[in-house]
Design a protein around this ligand. Structure first.
Ligand SMILES: Cc1cc2nc3c(=O)[nH]c(=O)nc-3n(C[C@H](O)[C@H](O)[C@H](O)COP(=O)(O)OP(=O)(O)OC[C@H]3O[C@@H](n4cnc5c(N)ncnc54)[C@H](O)[C@@H]3O)c2cc1C
Length: 420
């Protein structure tokens, strides 16, 4: 167990850190680093051993990090460690298609040259980001990691938050943050309900290598059963997120690699030449799960613990990093003003700031998925016409590019590339 205790003496009561963070996936470490950059200490507790989370092998997962998420990683000193492994995402091409027929004639082409800020994002494999975050956490004097350790209970009182680990050890801080994923125990123990639904779809995820270069272009092709995303990775490789109905995905997932590729090829098309499977294949059920409250007195939820969305938007991690940037800013500003960082009014600022953004994205993702994941001839004609119209209107294209780059809304300082 990795446990160098940091003791903070606050209001006469001994604390293990300012903030207790349950969950050391991606958002937990990012939050701890953002807080440490402004002088607040935290303890990260995770049920999985550190070595497992550093995951040296490719697990099929790659992120489309928006331009603003990249700015935040730059400020936190993470970007230098991963930039060489990242692939700038220059353009996005969206089309409506059917297997075997390829993309419909009308597609929308979003070109990063239409905005002045640069590439709208970067593709980065999960394993590189995870490792860089955990290495930075290890190097920080203000962050303690406790792992493997499962949080089994929590108690909120007027002056502090306390968690009890498996085995009985207790830890105390001024605030408890749940970064513990879609099935957040922190939310559950606090009595926070969740809303959402199943999409009755699964995401088939893998990477392929191809003969021709992708030139930094991402493709989103809407098939009747769900979208097929082809996302550029470093080198002549692309990440595939292929959405199918749950039943069909189970059949495809059970196929041999050879049969799987025979199914993928007609959907993928031949524009990048011959394609080959690289590494393992994965299948993830898709659902929407949103917590009904993002904060209570001495408690906040961040990342998938607050909102798990459809991968179609490619925004799950970007949303989590926005939570991190907003919560860190709200807490550090409060601490600098001498306010109690666990106070319900301070945390309400966080919940309010993030609530609007999350509601808008989950609603638009649901709508796009509903409109595009079907084979109704009337809807298909409307879709194709709609894509053609969007493509013809430069301001509509620019709005989308700014949205994909994360440049819209009320941005916290870290997402503007400024220190907190
Ligand atoms: C195939 C796939 C592709 C994706 N693609 C994208 C993409 O392109 N762009 C994007 O933005 N997002 C993407 N996402 C979503 C993204 O992966 C998630 O949003 C992100 O990983 C969530 O991170 P998190 O830190 O909030 O939670 P998690 O990664 O779920 O981490 C939660 C942590 O909490 C720990 N924990 C849970 N309970 C306890 C407990 N009781 N005690 C101690 N520890 C506990 C767990 O061990 C775990 O380490 C994708 C997801 C998948 C599956």
């Amino acid at each position: 167990m990795d446990n160098q205790q940091i003791s903070a003496q606050i209001s006469g009561m001994k604390m293990d850190a300012d903030i207790l963070i349950v969950g050391g996936g991606l958002n937990g470490p990012a939050l701890a680093l953002a807080l440490a950059s402004g002088g607040l200490s935290s303890v990260i507790i995770d049920a999985l051993p550190l070595a497992t989370r550093r995951k040296p092998a490719f697990d099929g997962r790659a992120y489309a990090l928006s331009l603003t998420s990249v700015r935040m990683l730059q400020v936190l000193g993470i970007w230098d460690a991963v930039q060489a492994e990242s692939q700038p995402m220059l353009d996005i091409k969206v089309s409506d298609g059917r297997p075997g027929e390829g993309a419909a004639a009308h597609f929308v082409h979003f070109d990063h040259n239409e905005i002045s800020e640069g590439p709208m994002g970067h593709m980065l494999e999960d394993r590189y980001l995870r490792r860089a975050l955990l290495d930075a956490v290890k190097a920080s004097k203000l962050i303690t990691q406790i792992a493997p350790a499962k949080v089994e209970a929590q108690h909120i009182s007027a002056g502090h938050a306390e968690v009890t680990l498996e085995g009985g050890k207790t830890l105390r801080g001024r605030l408890l943050v749940g970064c513990d994923g879609r099935r957040s125990g922190v939310a559950m123990r606090a009595g926070i309900a969740r809303t959402g639904h199943e999409y009755h779809q699964s995401g088939l995820v893998c990477a392929v290598s191809h003969e021709k270069p992708h030139n930094g272009v991402a493709y989103q092709q809407f098939m009747p059963s769900g979208p097929l995303a082809i996302l550029p990775l470093k080198g002549d490789r692309s990440a595939i997120v292929w959405t199918e109905t749950t039943e069909r995905a189970a059949v495809i997932a059970a196929m041999s690699d050879r049969d799987f590729m025979a199914e993928l090829r007609p959907r993928f098309g031949d524009f990048l030449g011959e394609i080959k499977l690289v590494g393992k294949r994965f299948s993830y059920p898709l659902s929407l799960t949103v917590a009904t409250e993002f904060a209570q007195s001495r408690l906040a939820l961040v990342g998938d613990a607050a909102h798990g969305i459809h991968y179609l938007a490619g925004q799950g991690l970007n949303l989590g990093l926005r939570d991190v940037a907003v919560l860190a800013e709200v807490l550090l500003d409060a601490a600098r003003r001498g306010e109690d960082i666990g106070n319900a009014l301070v945390l309400a600022r966080y919940a309010q700031w993030r609530g609007v953004d999350t509601a808008a994205l989950t609603a638009s993702t649901d709508l796009i998925n509903m409109l595009f994941s079907n084979n109704n001839p009337l809807l298909r004609a409307a879709r194709v016409a709609g894509l053609g119209i969007v493509n013809a209107i430069p301001s509509a294209r620019r709005d989308f590019i700014r949205e994909a780059a994360g440049l819209t809304g009320d941005l916290p300082r870290l997402l503007k590339g400024q220190p907190i």
